[in-house]
Design a protein around this ligand. Sequence first.
Ligand SMILES: N[C@@H](CCC(=O)N[C@@H](CS)C(=O)NCC(=O)O)C(=O)O
Length: 221
Amino acid sequence: MSGKPKLTYFNGRGRMESIRWLLAAAGVEFEEEFLETREQYQKLIKDGVLLFDQVPLVEIDGMKMVQTRAILSYIAAKYNLYGKDLKERALIDMYVEGTADLMGMIITFAFTPPKERNLALIIERATTRYFPVYEKVLKQHGQEFLVGNRFSWADVQLLETILMVEEKEPTVLSKFPVLQAFKARISNIPTIKKFLQPGSQRKPPPDDQYVATVIEVFKKD
Ligand SMILES: N[C@@H](CCC(=O)N[C@@H](CS)C(=O)NCC(=O)O)C(=O)O
């Protein structure tokens, strides 16, 4: 084994993308195995690798980790992106869960029948519930990062979320000047800048082929 973490998931964003972002932000190289067939998935289950028969799966430090949130917390703690004390950690958790809720709406969007998709609701939630919170936090303390005046998991995930929402509605930050500056600043951190460049392990927005693969792999026999 190379010693690099190994990520097993589809060749697309889904629940794994935030894990890719966090590893990249921490400057950690990782390997990927893409699920393409139902047989691959069934073999992982048969081999007892997936604790709850679900992916994402991340093999790291001798563990076979599942559950996105547990994986992210482990990486954040290991690479000092999780605050300096319990209170900072609690704040990071709250901010991360807010962005996770918003991203969850976008992740399920591609799997929702076109007639039932509600893009307006996503934009409304972004601009009236979530983005105002981060705008206010940054404005009030006047620091570069969301928590503790240093770069954390919360910053990484907020940037990921902003870019995801902007893909749906490019003008979404027009009324959030502090978030515009935040976006520019965090995008310029060398590890993140590298991840944002073409050819990185960052995945594109879901297309029909990705959706079809996920449905095929998880189809009931
Ligand atoms: N709570 C889990 C949920 C994982 C999950 O639902 N994974 C999906 C793929 S994104 C899956 O494996 N679905 C197959 C199944 O639930 O049978 C997590 O956050 O990792």
